[in-house]
Design a protein around this ligand. Structure first.
Ligand SMILES: Cc1cc2nc3c(=O)[nH]c(=O)nc-3n(C[C@H](O)[C@H](O)[C@H](O)COP(=O)(O)OP(=O)(O)OC[C@H]3O[C@@H](n4cnc5c(N)ncnc54)[C@H](O)[C@@H]3O)c2cc1C
Length: 361
């Protein structure tokens, strides 16, 4: 039987058999054996000691917006990061925002925008917490968090102490960092420092945003940071990708597949399969001499349209890349839809689509 019970251990509240589904935006998945919410760094150390005493694996949970929990749940310890606080320091011509890993990400963006600090305005409306932003180097609408992260503070499970990283040491790449590749699971991020531009101009690199502000830009005017923040949120809402958005399209983990990076020969193979010119296939060159394809385009060409349903799992009616929980979906149903899409795309185009959300259990 699932139950939730508070067992005090010093200041740390330990709950047992807590269902994880409500802690994720996809809202699927079973229970975890121990659930510990940590509000400061001392509690992080206590929680680690507890997991070690129990001889159980440990998983760090932020806002649960890039997470798919299995129906069996997790026989281990979940550390839910609830470390709050935003402090700011001025350093010559920049502002450094020191943010607790448990702060809601959109609230951090709003804090910056309202004070005229540029650098994160295009990342408005991304769900999750500040601590999750360096993990997969979140990016959207022409900005990437790698551009503004000045430092990350974390507990190192190997050395048993707190360590600090500058941006270069985070090894950022497309949806990648030290924290989700070579050192995956090693660090518990407690604080992130963002370097922002006071009285800075908003970034308007993305076509959707340039279109949105066309009249203003044509008249030689610049939108404000707040106007860009609002525009990004409104574009995200239309695509069903806004943090906290309701309805079944809102029960997702965002983009479920990464855009695949492949050798040029794959582009020609796809063109051959579909009897079209390579110019008709959306693709972008990468710095490594390969090309990036649109996962959404491949999925649509493989016959999976927006609104497609398989049991209680489905594809968002507004965004092909978002797999959704149509209501009471199990993780098994999400996996079945994922596998069906991956298999078809692989067979037709020889491209292996990689899952973006982290899987637990
Ligand atoms: C509707 C929707 C839209 C989205 N749009 C975008 C987008 O535009 N761009 C984008 O890049 N992403 C997007 N995402 C994905 C997601 O919001 C981001 O990856 C987000 O940063 C995840 O943060 P989180 O706190 O929810 O992390 P969680 O989902 O809780 O965790 C994700 C991973 O990070 C690890 N982690 C989290 N916090 C910490 C910490 N403090 N220390 C160590 N490890 C940690 C977890 O262990 C896990 O491995 C979207 C998701 C949704 C649901």
């Amino acid at each position: 039987m699932l139950y939730s019970q508070a067992v005090p251990l010093s200041s740390l509240k330990i709950q047992e058999q807590v269902l994880l589904a409500p802690y994720t935006t996809l809202q699927v998945g079973g229970a975890v054996r121990y659930f510990l919410e940590v509000v400061n760094e001392a509690q992080v150390e206590e929680a680690v000691a507890f997991a070690r005493e129990q001889n159980l694996p440990l998983f760090v949970l932020g806002g649960g917006s890039n997470l798919l929990v299995s129906d069996a749940g997790f026989d281990g310890v979940v550390l839910h990061i609830a470390i709050h606080g935003i402090k700011e320091h001025r350093e010559s011509n920049v502002v450094l925002l020191e943010v607790g890993a448990g702060e809601n990400w959109n609230a951090v963006v709003l804090y910056a925008v309202e004070r005229g600090y540029a650098g994160v305005e295009c990342l408005a409306g991304i769900p999750g917490n500040a601590g999750g932003t360096p993990v997969q180097n979140v990016g959207a609408y022409g900005q990437e968090i790698a551009e503004t992260i000045a430092g990350v503070r974390a507990y190192d499970l190997e050395s048993g102490g707190f360590v600090e990283f500058d941006s270069a040491e985070c090894h950022f790449g497309y949806r990648r960092s030290l924290f989700n590749t070579e050192a995956c699971g090693r660090y518990i991020i407690t604080k992130v420092v963002y370097q922002l531009q006071p009285e800075g101009e908003p970034a308007l690199r993305y076509a959707d945003l340039q279109r949105h502000f066309k009249d203003k830009l044509d008249a030689g005017a610049q939108p404000s940071l707040r106007q860009v923040y609002d525009a990004v949120r409104s574009i995200r809402e239309q695509k069903g990708m806004l943090a906290g958005q309701g309805g079944s399209d809102g029960r997702s983990a965002g983009s479920f597949f990464k855009n695949p990076v492949v050798p040029h020969s794959v582009l020609e193979k796809i063109a051959g399969t579909l009897s079209i010119d390579t110019n008709g296939i959306p693709h972008w060159p990468t710095t490594e001499g390969q090309i990036k394809l649109s996962a959404a385009w491949l999925i649509e060409k493989a016959g999976f349209a927006r609104g497609f349903a398989l049991g209680s799992a489905g594809i968002s009616s507004r965004h092909t890349l978002a797999l959704i929980n149509r209501g009471n979906a199990t993780a098994a149903e999400i996996f079945a839809l994922r596998d069906a899409i991956q298999d078809k795309v692989k067979v037709l185009f020889g491209v292996q689509l990689e899952q973006e959300p982290v899987q637990l259990g």
